[in-house]
Write a protein of this length. Structure first.
Ligand code: ASP
Length: 358
């Protein structure tokens, strides 16, 4: 009896299996059909290396070539990752690493000095797929602050860590730590001295605002990257030394999610650079995303609205690089220049410094 029941169950099982087989095949065909037409398989990447009064007349040809070459080197690292099917998060992080390791930019090596002659760095990264994010502020010994920001996102329950605690976390996560002297550059020290002189002069006659152009512009070179990978995932990251002569553990917009960095697969990825206090008050990166999401604006119109109208009206200076889920890129700034570069899925590269240059 038991044997018979087993036999019936056995035959039943296979006839049942027969039945859905077709259904399974059909659904596989459907998936395949869908897979052929669905993914657009596009990708793209854009970077900035800071915005400000960058004028051709103040630039030597050697300096210009050096900046352009480093921007190109950095963006090609991210582009290769994306081309090989890597994630936008990896592309953003690795591209920023190249810029952090270069003394030309105000991030990692080459970070600007605080009023005490130290370097306090801020960074943040955001994954547009999960809306997860990580940020660090005021770190002094972490070689690549963007790596720590990503660690915070992936391996801590928090979004933002600062100062000593962030350094402790970096140690626990085995990140590369360096002696603070690693970040020293002669150029940035000269900038600090210049800004201090201007500040002293102002204190003496007390008639001019604290921030004049010397102070405002002695911070060029915050770095940022936005990327779209072939899975349609967006990511954004920003890394900086902040502003020359900053005091009281000042923190700018770069590590503030929504101000300096924002990414959402449904809209766009944005990285900001400029006078941080204004970018925080204007919630610049998120505002651009919100205009795309709620008002249906194109990325170009959204960045224009926020940078040329809102930020400018507030009195803020700077710019953004942004990319949307279709690979459209927008780079808007209200300063004389912004170090920038883009690369699309066809490998087309643009590198620019001044306005009206592509
Ligand atoms: N936004 C940065 C800050 O205020 C500086 C910059 O981007 O130039 O810290």
């Amino acid at each position: 009896m038991k044997k018979l029941a087993f036999l019936i169950a056995f035959v039943g099982f296979f006839s049942c299996k027969e039945q859905p087989k077709e259904t399974v095949e059909t659904s596989i065909r459907e998936v395949q059909k869908e897979e052929v037409k669905k993914p657009e398989e596009t990708f793209g990447i854009a970077i900035h290396g800071g915005a400000g009064t960058i004028l051709k007349k103040n630039m030597t040809p050697e300096k210009e070539t050096a900046y352009k070459a480093k921007l190109e080197e950095a963006i090609k690292v991210g582009h290769a990752i994306l081309k090989n099917g890597g994630t936008s998060m990896d592309a953003v992080q690795k591209t920023i690493n190249v810029l952090e390791d270069s003394p030309l930019f105000n991030a990692g090596k080459g970070a600007v000095f605080t009023s005490k002659g130290t370097n306090e760095m801020d960074a943040s990264i955001m994954d547009g797929n999960s809306l997860n994010a990580g940020a660090v502020a005021g770190v002094t010994t972490v070689k690549n602050p963007i790596n720590l920001a990503r660690e915070v996102m992936v391996n801590s329950p928090h979004v933002m860590l600062s100062g000593k605690g962030a350094e402790q976390f970096a140690k626990e996560r085995d990140l590369e730590l360096v002696n603070p002297s690693y970040f020293f550059t002669e150029d940035r020290m000269k900038s600090l001295e210049r800004v201090k002189e201007v500040e002293k002069a102002k204190e003496a006659n007390k008639t001019v605002a604290f921030y004049d152009s010397v102070i405002k512009d002695a911070k060029f070179g915050t770095v940022g990257c936005v990327a779209l990978d072939i899975r349609g995932n967006l990511a954004a990251g920003t890394s900086t030394g902040g502003m020359t002569n900053k005091k009281w553990n000042r923190i700018g917009d770069s590590p503030i999610i929504g101000a300096g960095t924002y990414a959402n697969n449904a809209t766009c990825a944005v990285s900001s650079t400029g006078w941080g206090e204004y970018f925080i008050r204007g919630m610049v990166a998120y505002d651009i995303s919100a205009l795309v999401e709620y008002k249906g604006l194109s990325l170009k119109d959204a960045t224009k609205e926020v940078i040329q109208k809102k930020l400018t009206k507030l009195g803020g200076t700077g710019g953004v690089v942004a990319i949307d889920s279709k690979g459209n890129v927008s780079m808007d700034f209200n300063t004389a220049g912004m170090y920038r570069a883009t690369m699309n899925a066809d490998g087309e590269l643009t590198v620019g410094i001044y306005k009206d240059e592509e």
